[in-house]
Each structure stands twice: as C-alpha cells, then as structure tokens.
Design a protein. Structure first.
Length: 189
C-alpha cells in the first residue's frame, strides 16, 4: 500500500497552529476500533448512523476498516447555540431513511464536546425501538465526561481547544484536511 500523503495542502498554509493527530494516528486508531466493533457485533446486523456533516470522514474510513457487512445511513441535525457552543436544543434537518425498529444502531460521530447534541440524538433513536444504540466517536473533549451518555468507542481524548480537519469545520472550511489540528489564533479574528 502506498504511504499516506504527508504534504499539507497549499490552501491551509499558515492557518494551522498545531497538528494534534496525523493521518497515521487516525487510521491506526480506526483500524483498532474496527477490530473491537467486529468482535462486539459478531453475528449481528449493524446499521452505522452518521451525523452530518462532521462524521463523513470517520464514516468513510471506519466503515472501510471493517471487513464485514454494514449498512450506512445519515442524519442531519442542527443544534441551536451561540457560536461554537451547543445548547442541546436540536432540530432534525434530515432524518434516517431506515426504520431502525429491532436494529443494532451504531452512531458514528466526529466529536463530542458537551455531549448535549448526542444525548438528544440517543434518546430520539431509542424512542424508535431499536435492538441497541451505541456510540462511536473519533474525538472526545474533557467536558463530555460530565454527561450521562455512555460512549462505547472513543478514538482519542483531546484537550478542550477548538479543532478542525478530518470532517470538522470552521465556518464550513477545513473539513477536507487529512489531519486534526488547531487553528492559528489569527484565523479567529
Ligand atoms: P456537543 O453537543 O457535544 O457540545 O457538540 C457537538 C458538535 O459541536 C460536534 O458534532 C461539532 O459539530 C461541534 N464541535 C464541538 N467541538 C468542536 C471542535 O473542536 N471543532 C469543530 N469544528 N466542531 C466542534
Ligand atoms: Mg457531530
Ligand atoms: Mg461545525
């Protein structure tokens, strides 16, 4: 297999403060998580539910690390909040196409910060009568530990600073970065 591209794309030159996770870090961890998921769901059908738009990269890569059948569906939800903080007040922009009654649902998330969005999502999904609902997230911030939501698979625990890349945006940009990074302070002003 060819090595991962290590050169940063030109369009982000100077925007990044620090790369927290390289492509290699991310892909190695996803491979480990895939092994756990395969073990835990042996003999069961799994529906991966991704939360748009942040989870697109995790979904694409994690699902391809799995050497078993899965189904994939998406929800788009918007959480009202001021700026970068979420409030837990959530609106469904796009619902699942799949009836999850009796299904084993694994929610695939990009990042859990306060956990308010996720906690709403989990109770919404549970109300539809699935066989199980578990959560897999690539990133988790310290504050997430305070919420009651039990997260089964966590890629990386990271500090509470705002990060971009690997699906995560700042004003809709940087989602296509192959790494997870913090933005240089001048980018915010
Ligand atoms: P929570 O409800 O857990 O506070 O917020 C989760 C959502 O907030 C994530 O799905 C993501 O859209 C956004 N978010 C939280 N922390 C960050 C961050 O560090 N960077 C980016 N780009 N988005 C974040
Ligand atoms: Mg998300
Ligand atoms: Mg965002």
């Amino acid at each position: 297999m060819a090595g991962f591209r290590s050169v940063e794309p030109q369009h982000i030159d100077g925007d990044i403060e620090k790369v927290l996770l390289t492509e290699d870090d991310i892909q190695s961890r996803l491979a480990e998580m895939a092994v756990e998921i395969e073990r835990d769901y042996a003999g069961k059908d799994v529906l991966l539910v991704g939360v748009l738009k942040g989870a697109i990269m995790v979904m694409a890569d994690l699902s391809r690390h799995l050497s078993r059948h899965v189904e994939i569906d998406w929800m788009d939800i918007s959480s009202y909040g001021s700026g970068t903080r979420s409030s837990g007040v959530v609106r469904i922009i796009k619902d699942l196409d799949t009836d999850i009654t009796g299904r084993h649902v694994l929610v695939v998330e990009d990042i859990i910060d306060t956990g308010l969005t996720l906690s709403w999502l989990v109770s919404n999904l549970r109300s539809r009568g699935p066989a199980s609902v578990e959560i897999c997230t690539m990133l988790r911030k310290p504050e997430a530990a305070k919420t009651a939501v039990d997260v089964r698979y966590v890629g990386f625990d990271i500090p509470s600073s705002f990060v971009v890349g690997y699906g995560l945006d700042f004003a809709e940009k940087y989602r296509n970065l192959r790494v997870v990074a913090t933005l240089a302070p001048h980018m915010y002003s």
